[in-house]
Design a protein around this ligand. Structure first.
Ligand code: CP3
Length: 347
């Protein structure tokens, strides 16, 4: 682990220790809304960036330089394991990721290549190392977040072949081939757990499991088809001794079950008020939950909505301010900066 930033408000909040001010960072804080990122992206694809650890470090630091957020997140993508798994991965300019050989039949699960993240995703781990080094040099004490996709969200991309709104193919597969589903989830849970542990050893001070699309399931399906595998990944990741954030969207009906699956911090979106979510989650830290679309609103509205999230958190230890999902392309950088200043009490 890197220089343990003892005074980091982010890490203290993860452990529900009192902090002088609420820590703030953003999902997708390095991305297309930022001119520095677009300049780097003009030269190379997102996959090329991810494969160049020095560039990963540079891009991961952009939001620290520009916004002064309380944590960096390593620049990578949850779908990177699809390359070594043999699923084939590229990112289209429009329409998001494309998986070239998606899982269509039960037999496809057995054809997945065995993946050792220490080797097959070694370039991501090197990106973590380089980012930790760059932070130690330029922003000492700033914690670094490593991450992985949850078994469910990864499975949904592997089966759908790309982004989906309804997850019909995923559910059809889950209900039709439960054995193959459980095998797939077990493999992905082992992969995610090990990948997260290795990122902590490479210098990540906290870990986030992204279960971005799990909100498409009802609570019974979540418990039967997802919970054991998220729990496996989180339990394994927790052995690294750093806090784990368990994030999902549309999870208003799943929060108790998600908390049962694990995580020191539960990440929630805007579809449920923060205080209600926190009551349901119980004695964990909570991360969220401003609607990213609010960053496209007039300043007065941003101010009002940020204060409302803070009011619902009520200054209780264990709140990490974030959006309920990633920053959207086209978001004005000054609006993101305004949120940071508001949370700091400076605006
Ligand atoms: O700053 C950061 O948050 C770190 C980098 C990061 C990326 N992806 C880079 C990226 C992180 C944490 C992710 C996670 C990720 N990737 C998730 C979970 C979070 C979420 O948003 O739900 C998911 C579902 C993915 C899969 C993915 N990657 C999609 C759906 C897309 C296309 C959608 C889009 O925004 O275009 C990507 C591509 C991607 N990953 C981009 C970035 C900055 C945009 C691509 C680009 O630069 O062209």
């Amino acid at each position: 682990m890197g220089e343990q930033p003892a005074s980091s408000p982010f890490l203290a909040a993860c452990r529900r220790q009192p902090v002088p001010r609420t820590p703030v960072w953003f999902m997708r804080q390095a991305g297309r809304y930022m001119p520095e990122y677009r300049a780097a992206r003009a030269q190379q694809s997102i996959l090329e960036i991810c494969h160049r650890p020095k560039l990963v470090a540079q891009i991961s630091l952009q939001p620290i330089e520009r916004l002064g957020v309380d944590a960096a997140i390593v620049f990578a993508d949850i779908l990177l394991p699809f390359e070594p798994l043999g699923l084939g991965l590229s990112y289209a300019a429009e329409g998001g990721p494309k998986i070239w050989r998606p899982i269509r039949r039960a037999a496809d699960v057995e054809k997945l290549a065995p993946v050792d993240p220490a080797i097959d995703l070694g370039y991501v781990l090197e990106g973590v190392r380089q980012t930790r080094l760059a932070l130690d040099e330029r922003f000492p004490g700033t914690p670094l977040i490593g991450f992985a996709g949850s078994p469910f969200t990864l499975a949904s991309y592997a089966i759908e072949g790309g982004t989906s709104r309804t997850f019909t193919a995923t559910k059809q597969f889950m209900y039709t081939h439960p054995e193959a589903w459980h095998d797939l989830m077990q493999s992905l849970a082992t992969l995610a757990g090990r990948f997260l542990t290795l990122q902590a050893r490479a210098g990540a001070d906290a870990l986030q499991l992204f279960d971005s699309w799990v909100g498409c399931l009802g609570p019974d399906d979540y418990r039967e088809f997802v919970l054991p595998y998220s729990r496996h990944a989180i339990t394994e990741a927790s052995t690294a001794g750093v806090p784990v954030i368990h994030f999902g969207t549309g999870t208003a009906s799943l929060l108790e079950a998600m908390a049962e699956a694990g995580g020191d911090v539960i990440g929630v979106d805007w579809r449920i008020p923060l205080d209600q979510a926190w009551a349901r989650v119980g004695d964990r830290a909570i991360q969220g939950n401003l609607d990213p679309a609010v960053l496209l609103a007039p300043k007065e509205e941003i101010v009002r909505r940020v204060r409302e999230v803070l009011r619902r958190a009520g200054g209780r230890p264990g709140h990490i301010f974030n959006l309920g999902h990633g920053i959207m392309p086209g978001t004005p950088v000054e609006n993101v900066k305004l949120v940071v200043d508001l949370v700091r009490g400076a605006a």
